[in-house]
Write a protein that binds this ligand. Sequence first.
Ligand code: CA
Length: 352
Amino acid sequence: MSTIPPAPYRRIAAEEGWCTPELMRMYERIVETRSINDPGFYSLWGFFGTSPSERARTLKDRIQDLEGRRLRDMDEHGIDMQLLMLTAPGVQVFDAATGTALAASTNDHMADTIRRHPTRFDGLAAVAPQDPQAAAKEIERAVNQLKLKGVVINSHTQGEYLDDTKFWDIFAACEALDVPLYIHPNTPSPQMVEPFLSRGLGEAIYGFACETGLHVLRMIVAGVFDRFPKLRLVLGHCGEGLPYWLYRIDFMHGGIVRANRCEGAKPLQRTPGEVFRQNVWVTNSGMCWAPPVMYCHQVLGADRVLYAMDYPYQVVADEVRAMDALPLSDEHKKMFFQTNAERLFRLAPQSA
Ligand code: CA
């Protein structure tokens, strides 16, 4: 049964979550044993992984499925293709060896599924930044052998951020293979999460955006894009708030650098705003609201803004209808739903 009419474009949803049953059991085990130092993880997965509520059960059912209920949900909501990614925090909460092995096995699993449904699914590779060199090798394997279309990292890894040069082999691999890196949200790192959690703000409501926006801004001002000028990043949730801030970030960053106020804020070849406009793409995952989508369209450009549903966290038919009704030209709407994703992730083009 289709509740959403077909459109003159392929609806490609570009930030769609998935979790293997094996990884789900490992998350549940962490919640039971309290074996890691990550209050945000316990808040998110303590609810999602173990709550008996109807919403938690439905989410858990949907997120572990690939070829049953998910395909029916896609048909019902008019979604032609999902770009799959392992849900946050991926394999980033484990020790390096466990995370590295799990990344490879889940990437194999994803690639097998895509091979069975090449018009319905494509996907991004999971990696374990805990071992940056192994992560770089896995990116190469995932792109060259498994034909995955890029990489996803769920913001901080055990409180560490990718602006630390020890992680930069990951950027080198993405740039050399010319595949995008999706910085997906995570709950705020252990060192910043408390004021969020004590008011229920640590997750998708707001904490994700603060954590992930901060992470990408750290990368920009650290000079990642001076060193890797062709690196392409993707951010969800209309850019995690950063597009709104670009003017002020540029104004203030110039002053901080000129006054040499901070050892970690050095002059850049381009302003942070220029880097954002030239190296970052955004999806509207979870932000099915015309004003911020149109704002991103205006300040970043028609070729920079892509559709995403954020399955299975937001599966709402009215949101698809609202995006179909965006006040965009036919050409720009097709770019938003279809051709921007095809170009950015080099998906095999299909007719609508
Ligand atoms: Ca998501």
